[in-house]
Design a protein around this ligand. Structure first.
Ligand SMILES: NC(=O)C1=CN([C@@H]2O[C@H](COP(=O)(O)OP(=O)(O)OC[C@H]3O[C@@H](n4cnc5c(N)ncnc54)[C@H](OP(=O)(O)O)[C@@H]3O)[C@@H](O)[C@H]2O)C=CC1
Ligand SMILES: CC(C)(CO)C(=O)C(=O)O
Length: 325
């Protein structure tokens, strides 16, 4: 199969490199210049697994404006707030026959992708897979090969032949995919997961394992999960997990699968970048408002993360001033 990864950061590289190793033809498109230039200069991307066995993997990488490929399927892995601009820069090479697949966190991407792809060409999912971009051209796949899991669903909720072929390729690449026929319920399960783990680990600068080991963690997780599920129920979303299963998933992924991982929101905060909180906790707040429900804890956390972002900007300016002095 031919894939083109659009947004070739941490997760884009993980999906692209593993699909390439499983025998697919994969191209990479990215807009972050230092990253693209570094990969070109070194002849590929350095890939480590759990900080070890660093090796150079050759990749074909392009800026949107120079890309001429004709893949069967695009894999979108930008941050939520980057997607609209990236789509604008890429749309000249999209064709009506091509599929769009994504496992981005949060909600907001679906509507944007539907501006460029027909509903029957859109497949979205979630990835319980942790990855870190150490810097330009250098990525770290966290967790043993084949340890993560993922879910995916067609926007139409009607899997076609292409969807089954995609699932086969994801299986070969050891992503452990589960195909569902519940689009919103599948995506919202990960929004709920991230609204607990990403947000709290970011606020308290801790790994997932440190959070889950706290004796009050289950109470905190339950409060956020209950509020999120109340929102989803009012919005008519049929969740794929029960509340208890969602809590079990938070604990399993945090305690067993990725205890040493700082979630991607932490990585953004730590590197002075804006976070995806508006598309995670903030999305739950918005969905609640649309359905006459005040998701107060998620609203409070969204504000807290924005306050922390402001503080980080202040810290960045102070550091820059010190360096210049
Ligand atoms: N990482 C993970 O473990 C997981 C992430 N996801 C989701 O996947 C999607 C893509 O995220 P992810 O792959 O993590 O994104 P990345 O961390 O790879 O970041 C994407 C963008 O952030 C900027 N950036 C990244 N690293 C640096 C750096 N070291 N210095 C400066 N700028 C940097 C660049 O954009 P710019 O120059 O414009 O700032 C880059 O294009 C998101 O929706 C995320 O939530 C889902 C599951 C797991
Ligand atoms: C926590 C994790 C890795 C999911 O497993 C994730 O979604 C993230 O880091 O953003």
């Amino acid at each position: 199969m031919k894939f083109t990864v659009v947004g070739s950061g941490a997760m884009g590289l993980r999906y692209g490199v593993l699909l390439q190793e499983a025998g697919n033809q994969v191209d990479f498109v990215d807009t972050w210049e230092p990253h693209v230039e570094k990969m070109r200069e070194q002849g590929g991307v350095y890939v480590s697994r759990d900080h070890q066995d660093r090796e150079l993997v050759p990749v074909n990488v392009y800026y949107p404006e120079e890309y001429k490929g004709d893949p069967d399927c695009y894999i979108f892995f930008t941050k939520q707030m980057q997607l609209a601009d990236v789509l604008k820069r890429c749309h000249a090479f999209f064709k009506p026959t091509q599929y769009a697949f994504t496992c981005m966190n949060g909600m907001g991407h679906v509507e944007k992708l539907l501006n460029y792809f027909a509903p029957e060409k859109l497949i979205a999912g979630t990835a319980l897979v942790a990855t870190v971009l150490n810097g330009p051209g250098d990525v770290d796949f966290i967790g043993a090969r084949g340890a993560g899991t993922m879910n995916l669903a067609n926007y139409t909720e009607k899997p076609d032949d292409f969807t089954h072929k995609l699932v086969t390729e994801l299986e070969k690449a050891q992503f452990n995919p589960t195909l569902t026929t519940n689009f919103k319920g599948t995506l919202m399960a990960k929004v709920v997961f991230n609204s607990v783990v990403n947000t709290l680990c970011t606020m308290f600068e801790m790994t997932m394992g440190e959070y889950a080991a706290y004796k009050g963690a289950d109470d905190m997780s339950r409060q956020l999960i209950n509020e999120a599920y109340d929102v989803c129920e009012r919005a008519g979303v049929k969740m794929i997990n029960t509340r208890q299963e969602e809590l079990d998933s938070v604990n399993y992924v945090s305690k067993v699968a990725n205890p040493l991982h700082y979630p991607s929101m932490y990585q953004d905060m730590h590197n002075y970048r804006p976070t995806e909180v508006d598309f995670i906790n903030g999305y739950l707040v918005k969905l609640g408002k649309e359905n006459d429900y005040a998701a107060r804890t998620h609203a409070f956390l969204t504000h807290e993360v924005h306050l922390a972002e402001l503080q980080k900007q202040k810290e960045l300016k102070t550091n820059q001033a010190k360096q210049e002095a």
